[in-house]
Ligand binder design. Sequence first.
Ligand code: IMP
Length: 428
Amino acid sequence: MSTVVLVGAQWGDEGKGKITDFLAWQAEMVVRYQGGNNAGHTVVANGQTYKLHLIPSGILYADKQCLIGNGVVIDPGVLLQELDTLTEQGVNTSNLRISPRAHVIFPYHQSIDIAEEESKGNLRIGTTCRGIGPAYTDKASRVGMRMIELVDQDELAENLRHTIEAKNKVLSRLYGVEEFFEYNTMLEQYTGYAERLKKYVADVSVLVNNAIDRGAKVLFEGAQGTLLDLDHGTYPYVTSSHPIAAAACLGAGLGPTRINTVVGVAKAYITRVGEGPFPTELHNKLGELIREQGFEFGTTTGRPRRCGWYDAVIARYAARVNGLTYLAITKLDVLSGLETLKICTGYRYKGEIINDFPASLKLLAQCEPVYHEFPGWQEDISAVTDYNDLPQAAKDYLKYLEELSGVPVAIVSVGAERDQTLVLKKIF
Ligand code: IMP
């Protein structure tokens, strides 16, 4: 049995796309299990840049089966656009399969997302406005529509009739938004989507479990990150799904006994988009420099990301709630040229040292990071292909990250290209 779950160990945007792409090369099957097109993966391969939002990164290899599990929420227009773009780029997309149990995003979800954010004023979450939260809300309220209903013309027609009426009321009466969705227009649009997508619908749980039974290597590709998890993240500044490793079971239809390895991806520093407390945030020129050097702008929304020093309190927390086997450290090259580097080892709160990530955001906002300082390295490391050839300062930095979280580093990324990847430990 060889199953690997790959998760973000921070606030998302850790460079999971690149690591997934790297591991997908060894896997037979790649599975997305939560989130939706709030995610954005940029993969650079053979000089081409691919932007993926919903489709598992394994699609870039011709022979991998790529699955979208029941835990994902799907905007069919976005999915089709992504399929079309990949086809234009010469990628074979016939190996994609979508769970009939995955829920569908409709335009009213997006309108409610936007209206809800606007109504919150200063308390807004800073969502991607893709309708993710409202789609998961409908799922939990048992009024959502799944892929299996989408591809059944009668069910779609029947479901949409009363849903549109209800959502128009919510928008106008609750939020004062006079945006009326018209039944026939939406039915026609979504019937068109269903026609094109129905050939991809298949029971993902069966496919995954069969693959594991025959000994295939299966990679579960997490989106977002641990601190955006609905239960374990910085609530309410979180997404509405579960980016942690346990969700791979729930969101793809397999039991926890079938998972072997969990890899947490963390940047060599840390970033965050959207609102909420961020103890190691750099509100200065250095933060701007890291943003520029690391191209820290959202793949999905283009928003500038907030940047800060690596936070080992968060790393330990991610190790615990995900049960991390290994860490993959990305963007180490971005730190090249800095005279001094800092790693946060704990938080100081009212004179006491806190080592465990707190639940209270009020407390978190008052935490002062305790830093360990390191001399930086001046060499450009983007062409290094062997860990042993890294400058000693970079190796010391990585060793300390390992020590602080108790999780061995298995992969180090020093650039966006596939070959800019140092492998310290075999994962599959
Ligand atoms: P939502 O997922 O659009 O509802 O957004 C909720 C929060 O999660 C916001 O702070 C978003 O910025 C953040 N978020 C959602 N998806 C991602 C992602 O893929 N990377 C980083 N942040 C994300």
